[in-house]
Design a protein around this ligand. Structure first.
Ligand code: FES
Length: 56
C-alpha cells in the first residue's frame, strides 16, 4: 500500500527502511531516497515505526 504519495513510498518500503536501522521518520524518508514533504503520511510512518519491522 502506498502511504507516501510525495515519495511514492509504500508500507513495505517503510518497513525495509526500519529493518535497515531507521528509527525516526526523517531516517525512513532518507532511507527511501526521499524526504518529508507535505507531511500527510507522517502519522502512517510513525504508526509503522511503532509496530516495528516485524509485520508485513
Ligand atoms: S505523502 Fe509523504 S510527504 Fe507527502
Amino acid at each position: 500500500m502506498v502511504i507516501c504519495l510525495c515519495n511514492a513510498m509504500t508500507d513495505g518500503d517503510v518497513r525495509s527502511a526500519i529493518a535497515q536501522g531507521a528509527s525516526r521518520p526523517s531516517e525512513v524518508y532518507a532511507c527511501c531516497g526521499g524526504r518529508a514533504q507535505c507531511g500527510c503520511c507522517a502519522p502512517s510512518v510513525v504508526q509503522i515505526l511503532k509496530e516495528g519491522s516485524t509485520r508485513g
